[in-house]
Design a protein around this ligand. Structure first.
Ligand SMILES: *Cc1c(COP(=O)(O)O)cnc(C)c1O
Length: 402
């Protein structure tokens, strides 16, 4: 992946605002005028390149952001959405029809899991949930009606790594689409470059990075993105998860510092993970040699952006986890909150929050334990200072010896 640097691709885009502004002008309109009635007809038919019709279909601001994210993922095109789920659900519904089948990783975002498990069966679309790290198990789950192989590059919350190149090979062989949620690893991993057909992000997390909005994107071929936006049968166009132009412009501005932020998130997370592991805590971080997919992931990432900002620590029981999170919040080490990718560290116990959609017995089977705390490590300036303060909390609660 040496010849592909997503941050350079974003930097190489040049935009000018309407009055020569250094930021593109925000398109503050839901509808657009036409000088000729014929052009309006052609636009409806999809034959008037560069013409805007109605902002649920597309808007200049959304196209600017989509273009930047397509450059980041190395795909032909991208379509932004009002949330990550607003990107994910139309992709699944666009590709699958009644009677079709999905093979999905069992450790995925709770909302995606709930949609596949509880909602899609109403449309006669069934999902088999598998251990995505076992390629033979994945392939064995594929049936003649399977249309999608679905995974997250780094899974939420267990931080399992999907072998995207290996999964792409299986998908090609069976002529199904590999759809990858790359939310945890922007810039670090470029799934489309490893053979993924569709790459999705919740922009809510690292890419926007300021925890002030929900947003999403779907990156893929021009043909697939056009199909999502088709006025007659496009799931994004017809379900209507449209991002507002004002918000789109704001996400684009935040995207410009993503490479700097990812480096700091990764630096801090590796620093803390190494120390807490040494202290004897059960620490999971893809940058640790003890991570079962460390070598695989090392070969997948662009090393400049590191192993990412997500880590988990198991402190034994839910009570201890709750006590520790409350104390760390009191000491201003971060917030007891779901979500990720903020400047400040965020922590939560996934079993009782973001993964609570997953039934308890299934949580147990996949290794999601009660005492697990998921950390989204922030942009703290001094990782050593943060470590010392976090450790003091753990010592105080008897989680670590002095
Ligand atoms: C948050 C998240 C989503 C959902 O995104 P929203 O913006 O909350 O709709 C999907 N996938 C992953 C991995 C996430 O972390």
């Amino acid at each position: 992946m040496k010849d592909f640097n997503p941050a350079d691709n974003i930097q190489d885009l040049q935009y000018f605002g309407e009055f020569g502004g250094v930021n593109p002008s925000i398109s503050d309109s839901s509808t657009y005028t036409f000088l000729s009635a014929k052009t309006m007809f052609d636009t409806f038919e999809g034959n008037a390149e560069g013409c805007y019709l109605y902002s649920r279909h597309s808007s200049p601001s959304n196209l600017y952001l989509g273009q930047a994210l397509a450059a980041m993922e190395g795909t032909e095109a991208a379509n932004v959405a009002a949330s990550g789920m607003g990107a994910i659900t139309p992709v699944l519904l666009q590709i699958c029809a009644a009677g079709d089948h999905i093979v999905s990783s069992r450790t995925i975002y709770g909302g995606t899991y709930a949609f596949m498990k509880n909602f899609m069966p109403k449309l006669q679309i069934k999902t088999s949930f598998v251990d995505i790290t076992k390629l033979d198990v994945v392939e064995a789950a594929i049936t003649p009606t399977t249309k999608i192989l679905y995974c997250e590059t780094v899974s939420n919350p267990l931080l399992e790594v999907a072998d995207i190149a290996g999964l792409a090979k299986i998908a090609k062989k069976h002529n199904i689409k590999l759809v990858v949620d790359n939310t945890f690893s922007p810039l670090s991993v470029a799934p489309a470059k490893m053979g993924a057909d569709v790459v999705i992000h919740s922009l809510t997390k690292y890419i926007n990075g300021s925890s002030d909005t929900v947003a999403g994107v779907t990156c893929g071929t021009q043909e697939f993105i056009d199909s999502l936006r088709n006025v007659n049968d496009g799931a994004s166009m017809l379900l209507g998860p449209t991002m507002d132009s004002l918000r789109s412009a704001s996400v684009l501005k935040n995207l410009r510092t993503l490479h700097i932020r990812m480096k700091q998130h990764s630096y801090n997370a590796l620093y803390l993970a190494e120390r807490f592991e040494k202290d004897g805590l059960k620490t999971v971080y893809p940058g640790l040699k003890s991570h079962p997919s460390h070598e695989l992931y090392k070969g997948m990432i662009n090393p400049e952006y590191g192993f990412g900002g997500m880590m988990t620590i198991d402190v034994g029981t839910l009570e201890k986890a709750n006590e520790l999170m409350e104390l760390m919040q009191q000491r201003n080490l971060g917030y007891l909150a779901v979500s990720l990718g903020f400047y400040k560290t965020l922590f939560s116990a996934p079993g009782t929050s973001t993964s609570s959609e997953i039934p308890l017995d299934e949580q147990k089977e996949m290794g999601l334990t009660d005492g697990l705390i998921r950390f989204s490590i922030g942009l703290d300036n001094d990782a050593e200072r943060t470590y010392t303060m976090m450790k003091a909390c753990m010592v105080e609660l008897g989680i670590l010896a002095k």
